[in-house]
Design a protein around this ligand. Structure first.
Ligand code: AMP
Length: 313
């Protein structure tokens, strides 16, 4: 099974309490593609500028990613700059967003891409996300969507329309509240599900993720780490674990969604251990499985047997 992804391919300049990097490989679709390529075939739709390094295209290819939909246009590659502070790595400040070649991009899907069974609309202009969805020949098995404040503030109408057409929505905590215009997270998620999606995944950084799936709520913790180098891309890498699991197994049951959320958390935890894509580029399936198992130990406890009382007696 394969996943089609549209999103940003970028050069990021990032400062964290650990270090800083200028013009490192970034972008929502790049993080997603590299991480999801561990589980399934990935086909990438995006645009790059004249300054995009050929070696980065070769890197994507070396992970088996179909880059036939990666177009090079005159102009500069999308650029993003952000900073994280030691007081709260969950709160980041966007210093700069330059759409560059994305401002004029018009995606064209091949016949094969139009039939992809899984579609991930990674964080990018919701009008581009809609454009890609409209080109699909048949509705994919699963349409998942990510977005962020930049688009909630700038393109709410287009975002509303794409949310109405998605099955799963990923957003961080503040974005969920802003998008739903509701401060209570449970009510916010319900309000979003009433628009169309059957599931909302609220990413909460170092506090893990909460999956709202119909009436059920599941909480996946973040893997406890003693060092976080760079939180950038954790959300896209989370989505790669989530969608990658469903695309690889076809499992859309409530239990499958829970496992997908745990695999998302596993992948996000690897991403933040180094800058840019550095950690996820070398990740093996054995390392992923080991950490998945560690989550079982992290979250399991002896529940209350049927009929027993908590304090005995
Ligand atoms: P995440 O940390 O998972 O939210 O994703 C960070 C990535 O999103 C970075 O590599 C950026 O290049 C990319 N990004 C930041 N702002 C935008 C935006 N407005 N549209 C699309 N991608 C963005």
């Amino acid at each position: 099974m394969s996943v089609l992804v549209v999103g940003s391919v970028a050069y990021d300049s990032v400062t964290t309490p650990a270090d800083s990097r200028e013009d490192a490989l970034g972008g929502s679709a790049t993080y997603f593609s590299i991480a999801a390529s561990r589980f399934t075939n990935v086909s990438l739709i995006a645009v790059i500028g004249e300054d995009f390094d050929e070696r980065h295209i070769a890197l994507l290819r070396s992970h088996g990613i179909d880059v036939s939909g990666l177009r090079r246009h005159n102009g500069k590659t999308f650029r993003w700059a952000g900073e994280y502070y030691s007081s709260d790595l969950n709160a980041r400040t966007t210093l700069d967003t330059q759409l560059n070649v994305f401002a004029e991009f018009s995606p064209q899907l091949s016949a094969e891409q139009r039939r992809c069974p899984y579609l991930f609309l990674a964080n990018i202009d919701p009008e581009l996300q809609l454009d890609v969805l409209r080109q699909m020949e048949t509705r994919p098995n699963l349409v998942a969507l990510d977005s962020m404040n930049f688009w909630i503030d700038g393109k709410r109408d287009a975002l509303n329309e794409i949310v109405r057409n998605a099955d799963v929505l990923f957003m961080d905590e503040d974005e969920t509240r802003d998008f739903a215009r509701e401060s209570n997270l449970v009510t916010a998620a319900k309000r979003i599900m009433a628009m169309g999606p059957s599931a909302v995944v609220v990413k909460r950084g170092a506090h893990g993720a909460t999956l709202f799936n119909g009436d059920a709520i599941f909480s996946a913790p973040a893997f406890p780490l003693d060092h976080v180098a760079d939180p950038t891309g954790a959300g896209d890498t989370f989505a790669a674990g989530f969608i990658g699991y469903i695309a690889a197994t076809g499992d859309k049951t409530p239990d499958g969604y829970r496992r997908a959320a745990v695999l998302g958390s596993v992948m996000g935890s690897f991403c933040v251990q180094d800058f840019s894509m550095d950690r996820i580029l070398t990740l093996t399936i054995e390392e992923i499985e080991d950490r998945f198992r560690a989550f079982t130990a992290l979250t399991s406890f002896k529940g209350l047997p049927e009929g027993a009382s908590l304090l005995g007696g």
